[in-house]
Design a protein around this ligand. Structure first.
Ligand SMILES: [Zn+2]
Length: 166
């Protein structure tokens, strides 16, 4: 599936499977003059006010009859520094560690994703961390079971026509 015929405008739209975000909005919200003092960058992650740790992770969405993830959405999540440090030893020992966090990215496919509670699975041996939505929401439902072609089109439609209420 490379293109699909859009029900909203009747045109063909490209099916894209990955979304990458640049900088966490939470950092952009901090006045530039304050950033140097409040934000530290640590190997692609950020520490704000020495209390909140922001890191990138991937949300995977699977589609029916496909083994590999269909959508890979790269997002920012926040976890408390204290929580992160409490499990630092396990991380250093290359164990799988799960953190409670919060989604920091607004995904274009849903009404509201920013602020949702998430579980973040980290293993320092892997290139990416896995993010699973922990709070009841449409995105959690999409992540809990394999989605259909129709659902794929509905999600993409929200991206191409953000102002149309579905
Ligand atoms: Zn369209």
């Amino acid at each position: 599936m490379d293109n699909y015929k859009c029900k909203t405008c009747g045109k063909e739209h490209a099916v894209f499977k990955a979304v990458e975000v640049s900088k966490p909005e939470r950092i952009l919200e901090i006045a530039e003059a304050e950033r140097a003092q409040r934000v530290k960058e640590i190997q692609g992650s950020y520490l704000i006010d020495d209390t909140l740790f922001l890191l990138q992770g991937d949300i995977f969405i699977y589609k029916e009859e496909e083994e590999k993830p269909f959508f890979t959405w790269s997002v920012w999540v926040s976890i408390s520094l204290a929580d992160f440090q409490s499990k630092a030893k396990e991380l250093e020992e290359r164990k799988n560690v799960v953190f409670d966090g919060q989604l920091e990215t607004a995904l274009p496919f849903y009404e509201k994703t920013k602020g949702l509670k998430v579980k973040v699975f980290i293993n320092l041996d892997y290139d990416y961390s896995v993010v699973k939505i922990a709070e009841a929401s449409p995105i959690k439902e999409d992540q809990s079971e394999k989605i259909t072609d129709v659902r794929v089109m509905t999600l993409l439609d929200r991206f191409y026509h953000p102002l149309v209420k579905s």
